[in-house]
Design a protein around this ligand. Structure first.
Ligand SMILES: Nc1nc2c(c(=O)[nH]1)N[C@H]1C(S)=C(S)[C@@H](COP(=O)(O)O)O[C@H]1N2
Ligand SMILES: [Mo]
Length: 306
């Protein structure tokens, strides 16, 4: 269940790499999702990491990124989201911005995203849990959007909420988690340039199972912080409660910074399996982004604030 046979992964890796690297023309993605953007992914661009945070590690194949998912709204198993997420309707899509902010409004997704030149915005980032992947996200820094929305001086945190639509999300018809899924960030974490809102991956609009049409990506935190299919962003004074901390407060906290030195109550967090690899590797502090983000937590006991 957790890993497939190594040879299978290898062959799919080769196919996907080829597909990706040979995509020389502009991808007209308008018909595939809610967003009408076109992204040139040429051979050179694909091979050369160029963003300030890009890793040069091997990308996880597209097929794995889009079939090994956690999205409990579509079922508890890693294969469920890719099988069940077709029922999600992402057009039209509205994001409600509210709370301690000067420009509260219901934003049409296209309007929210329009100012960002997405063709310049490919982020090759690691994400981690018990398994890990390297994904070329397409998106923009959340901080740029926050500046545009102008939070008031009272805003200390942002709460993000996923769509609640049991007719489209079969998992929401059961009580596996308290719905809708909610996550939060401290404002300075949200403003950090490594925190991005993703609208695509591998040069294409996000597949539904990966959180279409808009999701968070916070690469130095465990995967559950990266909330999918966002319909609301609320600027608040107090630390929001987040779904997994509500569900299992002794196992999951608010911060969820990747910390190999602190065990989860039921398992070690010191190693991870990179999808496609046979052996586990050491998990790095802050998922390898410590030099970029550890300053955010100077005054925080990371053992207590997990
Ligand atoms: N709405 C929502 N967002 C979610 C989840 C979820 O169940 N529902 N799962 C989280 C967890 S635990 C992980 S590991 C990542 C997985 O993202 P991926 O499927 O794109 O790899 O999504 C996160 N975002
Ligand atoms: Mo996860």
């Amino acid at each position: 269940m957790l890993i497939r046979q190594a040879p299978d992964i290898r062959s799919s890796e080769i196919t996907d790499e080829k597909l990706y690297l040979n995509r020389r023309r502009f991808i007209q993605a308008a018909s595939a999702g809610a967003l009408a953007f076109s992204v040139p992914v040429g051979e050179a661009e694909a091979q050369k990491p160029k963003g300030p945070f890009d890793t040069d590690e091997e990308l996880t194949p597209y097929d794995d990124v889009t079939t090994y998912n956690n999205f409990v709204e579509f079922g508890p198993d890693k294969s469920d989201p890719s099988e069940n997420a077709r029922s999600l309707r992402i057009k039209p899509w509205t994001v409600r911005v509210e709370g301690e902010v000067k420009r509260p409004e219901n934003y049409n997704l296209e309007d929210l995203v329009k100012p960002y030149k997405l063709e310049d915005r490919i982020y090759r980032l690691r994400c981690v849990e018990a398994w890990s992947m390297v994904i070329p996200w397409l998106g923009f820094p959340l901080g740029e959007l926050i500046k545009r929305l102008e939070p008031t001086s009272k805003a200390k945190y942002i709460e993000f909420t996923t769509l609640h639509a049991p007719d489209q999300m079969p998992g929401q018809r059961s009580s596996m988690l308290p719905w809708p899924y909610v996550e939060g960030l401290r404002l300075d974490e949200a403003m950090h340039p490594l925190t991005i809102l993703a609208v695509g991956l591998y040069g294409k609009p996000l597949p539904n199972q990966n959180g279409a049409p808009l999701r968070l990506v916070v690469p130095w935190k465990y995967g559950f912080k990266s909330v999918k299919s966002i319909v609301r962003m609320r600027f608040v004074e107090k630390q929001p409660r987040n779904t997994w901390a509500i569900q299992a407060p002794n196992e999951y906290g608010f911060y969820a910074n990747v910390n190999p030195e602190v065990d989860h109550p039921r398992w070690s967090q010191s190693r991870e399996r990179r999808i496609g690899d046979f052996f586990r590797r050491k998990t790095l502090m802050f998922n390898g982004y410590a030099d970029r983000v550890s300053d955010l937590y100077r005054n925080l006991d990371l053992r207590k604030n997990f």
